[in-house]
Design a protein around this ligand. Structure first.
Ligand SMILES: C[S@@+](CC[C@H](N)C(=O)[O-])C[C@H]1O[C@@H](n2cnc3c(N)ncnc32)[C@H](O)[C@@H]1O
Length: 277
């Protein structure tokens, strides 16, 4: 059994005071100076008034947009539509000591994962080599680099625009131990030299298809952080089933299961910290 017997085997990130909290009651996300609101169907006429209200109450917000549709395609992008304020989609977001420039319509980014990113950074020990698959505009590589003593952080990202922002962000933050590759994880991992102490896999929809690549690059004694969306009643069994399809029994142990944010009613983004034996 890969879980320690008799112990509660998952913990919610909002219980982890030391690594920050996710405020799940907030009704809109703020990325840099942009507020992203959800407008229920049929309340179209009220949205302008709501947006004006947000602008007048929050001096740090200069633009209000509304979500249009869900996260889509390989790049996991969610489109948004301008409502009020300054007409821009590009902003600079501040998180855990780093600045992240991005275009909210061309790059995946969620400010709700800041606590989880800091949790991962807090686990990184001096001298570690860390591989971040699906690195986007760089939040995981940059937060890890800034908040740990990692020797090297490598990021791989398919979306060219996200990769370009990540390159820009590394320079903006003057971080020296980050290497970024633009391409498909499956191809790019083959070009990497050596193994890693830690592999982070922040692709909760379909990430299990890359567990083989992740396993091939992690050292014995190292850790894989595997993210997946799960219905509440499927935590942790649903994730364990996916991991067991790729990793042989006796070769791994789940050291922790972390609920890191609700994404739909009774559905969570869950991180499995997998120790490689
Ligand atoms: C859920 S987003 C996470 C981005 C970033 N890590 C973050 O936390 O903001 C997943 C990212 O994986 C990228 N992606 C999807 N498939 C990929 C693949 N096969 N190889 C590399 N990157 C991929 C997408 O473009 C997207 O930026």
């Amino acid at each position: 059994m890969p879980f320690p017997k008799g112990k509660r085997d998952w913990v919610s990130i909002s219980e982890m005071g030391a690594v920050g909290k996710i405020d799940e009651r907030r009704s809109f996300d703020v990325v840099g100076s942009i507020a992203i609101i959800e407008v229920p169907r049929g309340s179209g006429r009220k949205e302008k008034a709501v947006a004006e209200g947000i602008l007048s109450m929050h001096s740090n917000i200069r633009t209000v947009v509304k979500k249009v549709g869900a996260h889509e395609g390989a790049f996991r992008i969610q489109k948004s539509k301008f409502i009020a304020g300054e007409k821009t989609k590009e902003t600079v977001h501040r998180e855990s000591g780093v600045l992240l420039k991005l275009d909210i319509n061309r790059v995946y980014f969620s400010p709700r994962l800041s606590g989880e990113r800091l949790r991962i950074a807090s686990l990184v020990k001096r001298g570690e080599r860390v591989l971040v698959m699906f690195s986007g505009c760089g939040p995981y590589p940059l937060v890890i680099s800034r908040n740990s003593l990692a020797k090297e952080v490598v990021g791989i990202e398919l979306n060219r625009k996200a990769h370009e922002y990540a390159e820009f962000n590394v320079k903006l933050n003057k971080l020296k131990n980050i290497i970024l590759l633009n391409g498909d994880v499956r191809t790019e991992v083959k070009r990497l030299k050596g193994k890693f102490d830690r592999v982070v896999m922040p692709l909760p929809k379909g990430g299990e298809l890359y567990l083989k690549e992740s396993f091939s690059r992690v050292k014995k004694g190292g850790t894989i952080h595997f993210y997946v969306f799960l219905q509440e009643e499927r935590i942790p069994e649903g994730g364990l089933e996916l991991v067991s399809q790729e990793l042989k029994p006796g070769k791994f142990r789940i050291s922790r299961v972390v609920k890191c944010g609700q994404v739909a009613p009774r559905c969570y983004r869950v991180c499995f910290d997998i120790k490689i034996l």
